[in-house]
Design a protein around this ligand. Structure first.
Ligand SMILES: [Zn+2]
Length: 117
């Protein structure tokens, strides 16, 4: 898995580290001390730095990110991170982009989605 580099969640850090307005996935950590924790996983379908900026001053302190090929790739990565790490701040299973025909790629997911629906 990528998500290697750890960044402070500040305007400046986003400015210098997340330069491309592309789809992507990010993980947020609000803890003061290491190690990095997966508190929230989010994604942007078309503007990763713009989406990350909305989290500055939100109480989260650190982030990791990875670009995606497209919105589907971003959604599928977000789903995998969600299922593997159970981030406590996510309100439920990631929502797919509006009108998308694809589904979560995680095999065990079916029961979870049925429970939610
Ligand atoms: Zn799923």
């Amino acid at each position: 898995m990528p998500f290697l580099s750890l960044h402070s969640l500040t305007e400046h850090e986003i400015e210098v580290s997340v330069k491309s307005k592309r789809p992507g996935v990010y993980i947020l950590d609000r803890s003061i001390d290491p190690p990095f924790k997966f508190h929230y996983v989010g994604r942007s379908d078309n503007d990763l730095p713009g989406n990350l900026r909305t989290w500055v001053e939100s109480g989260y302190r650190y982030f990791k990110f990875d670009y995606a090929f497209d919105a589907q790739d971003a959604f599928e990565t977000q789903c995998r991170v969600y299922h593997e790490n159970h981030p406590p701040d996510n309100d439920g299973h990631p929502q797919k982009p509006h009108g998308a025909s694809y589904e979560c790629p995680v095999a065990e997911c079916g029961t979870i989605e049925k429970r939610v629906a």
